[in-house]
Design a binder for this molecule. Structure first.
Ligand SMILES: *Cc1c(COP(=O)(O)O)cnc(C)c1O
Length: 221
């Protein structure tokens, strides 16, 4: 089942779109099945769970952190993940930068955009994020590389609404790129799309889809 899902997704995803297998709340055996089917990028949303899983998996796994990250946990994460997708505040990116400097590593991150109508979701509004780049605040970062944006669509059935949310994410990404030109090297990732909406996300420009339940089934704990 897991192997089939991975194989199907690897076949189905257009070139230029990578798959994050979202393995949060799943046992390690399931991650291994996905790994042996060829999957290398795994997404986790809790620091403790991730730290337990890292040594249990082969060293060439690329771990993405996709959950809300508290500043007091940044130190444990830096140096262990290939991408933090969920930077949702200036304070957080500043802490990531200072902890990365202390460890002498460069941390790759995505800035999380809040466009969905749910009020509980974390992230920058499109205007806030554009302003962050307009003010060139990223220039003070010495050990953090901003690779792009991440976002979620509203959790609704209305496909038009979902598409609008993804369009807003992609348009914000484009605004940032336009205004900052060559000073933003390597700003080229749009992480959007989950099990229920990744096809729409790809149509709207996603380069990274984060898929959990359609690979692993219902979450286990
Ligand atoms: C859990 C989670 C996913 C995966 O959701 P599925 O619906 O299981 O595919 C994707 N992105 C984020 C940020 C998540 O927390």
């Amino acid at each position: 089942m897991i192997e089939e899902a991975i194989n199907r997704l690897h076949r189905e995803l257009p070139s230029g779109v990578s798959l994050v297998a979202v393995s949060k709340f799943h046992h390690i055996e399931k991650l291994r099945k996905a790994y042996f089917a060829g999957q290398r990028i795994f997404g986790e949303s809790r620091v403790q769970e991730l730290l337990v899983k890292i040594p249990e998996m082969p060293a060439d796994v690329k771990w993405h952190f996709i959950g809300h990250l508290q500043t007091n946990k940044v130190r444990q994460l830096v140096g262990k993940v290939s991408l933090i997708e969920s930077v949702d505040s200036e304070k957080l990116i500043d802490v990531i930068d200072s902890e990365s400097r202390k460890k002498d590593v460069i941390t790759n991150v995505l800035m999380q955009l809040h466009v969905a109508k749910e009020e509980t979701k974390f992230g920058f509004s499109p205007d806030e994020l554009v302003a962050y780049f307009e003010d060139k605040k990223y220039e003070k970062l010495t050990h953090t590389h901003i690779c792009g944006v991440m976002g979620m669509a509203s959790n609704v059935d209305d496909e038009n609404r979902i598409r609008e949310d993804f369009r807003m994410i992609a348009a914000t990404f484009a605004r940032i790129r336009e205004k900052n030109g060559t000073s933003l090297r390597g700003f080229d990732m749009i992480s959007m799309g989950m099990s229920g909406d990744y096809k729409i996300a790809i149509e709207e420009g996603s380069t990274l889809v984060r898929i959990g339940s359609s690979i692993f089934g219902d979450r286990e704990y």
